[in-house]
Design a binder for this molecule. Structure first.
Ligand code: BJW
Ligand code: ZN
Length: 251
């Protein structure tokens, strides 16, 4: 592990553009459950009943309630040291880009300025008929599942299985992967596509891949540096490393 940190120190000394590609594991220490693994959401709930458009059409109340429940958990929780360190690293490097699969909005709440959300954002909603975006002010009240003025059902702005990722967020993420110096891949099993491609694009373009995870993943075999442990513990150590090295970053 010490050897891995030494290697990382060297890599970061010349890095200017950094990408953080994050997944559910980064929010685990905030109390947000991950999807896979022992305590994962998909162990208790079936994705085919909740996370696809047909499920919403068949049982909008169930799906809507599930997202309201998850939203409550997110509102009661806060970004953890991992999100906060990523935000603070903006002070030390020319460009820090976050590409996240998470919908919890924590990177924005932590103060990261460039955040590409590949799977949507639980705080946002839109009408399935006219596409209008909705906050909660202009919804027709008295309905369990809120409706748009046009009569269409309002759904959470989350990318469900079988749906396309937001085009802008995906293509800007591809570009960030192609042009960064280092990509950190944090807390993702990297089994969901096309999001997982982002890490492979960086690797194909000769970028350094640094993985932070509590266990080995699909990506471990191609990672240049592998740091095994909790993101909320490892990232503060990386910040310390960066602070100690005067020659780093913008100064
Ligand atoms: C820690 C830690 C700590 C824990 N510190 N680490 C090729 C083959 C087969 C299928 C497909 C394929 N290509 C595409 C597909 C279909 C599908 C897919 O990928 N399926 C795979 C599962 C097989 N993809 C799609 O459907 C995508 N769309 C698409 O392909 O469109 C094109 C198309 C259109 C029309 C027709 C056909 C195709 C859309 C995918 C949308 C994914 N959405 C979800 C759910 C959102 C709903 C919601 O939130 O309610 O997004 S799935 C779920 O997985 C969620 C996540 O963003 C995503 C990734 O999960 P993540 O973040 O990696 O979490 P986990 O739980 O898997 O891993 C956590 C990790 O953290 C673990 O490694 C832990 O060890 C670690 N960890 N604590 C550090 N403290
Ligand atoms: Zn509408």
């Amino acid at each position: 592990m010490l050897q891995q940190y030494e290697k990382l120190k060297k890599v970061l000394s010349s890095a200017k553009k950094i990408v953080f590609f994050t997944g559910a594991g980064i929010s685990a220490e905030s109390g947000i459950p991950t999807f896979r693994g022992k305590d994962g959401i998909w162990n208790k709930m079936k994705p085919e009943e909740l996370a696809n458009f047909n499920a919403f059409l068949c049982n909008p109340e169930l799906v809507w309630d599930w997202y309201q429940y998850r939203k409550k958990i997110v509102h009661e929780a806060s970004p953890n040291p991992a999100h906060l360190v990523i935000s603070e690293l903006q002070n030390y490097f020319d460009e820090v880009t976050v590409v996240t699969q998470n919908v919890d909005n924590f990177h924005n709440r932590a103060g990261s300025k460039i955040v590409y959300e590949l799977h949507g954002n639980i705080e946002k909603n839109y009408c399935i008929s006219c596409g209008k975006r909705h906050d909660f002010e202009n919804l027709v009240v008295g309905e369990k599942v809120p409706k748009c003025e046009c009569g269409g059902l309002i759904r959470p702005d989350i990318v469900w299985f079988g749906e396309y990722l937001p085009e802008d967020a995906y293509s800007l993420s591809e570009l960030a992967a192609e042009t960064c110096d280092v990509m950190f891949v944090i807390g993702t099993s990297a089994v969901v596509y096309p999001a997982a491609n982002i890490a492979y694009i960086a690797k194909r373009n000769g970028k350094i891949l640094v993985e932070i995870n509590i266990e080995r993943t699909e990506l471990s075999g191609i990672a240049d540096i592998s740091l095994i442990g909790k993101a909320g513990e490892i990232l503060p150590q990386i910040l310390q490393l960066v602070k100690e090295e005067k020659s780093y970053g913008k100064n």
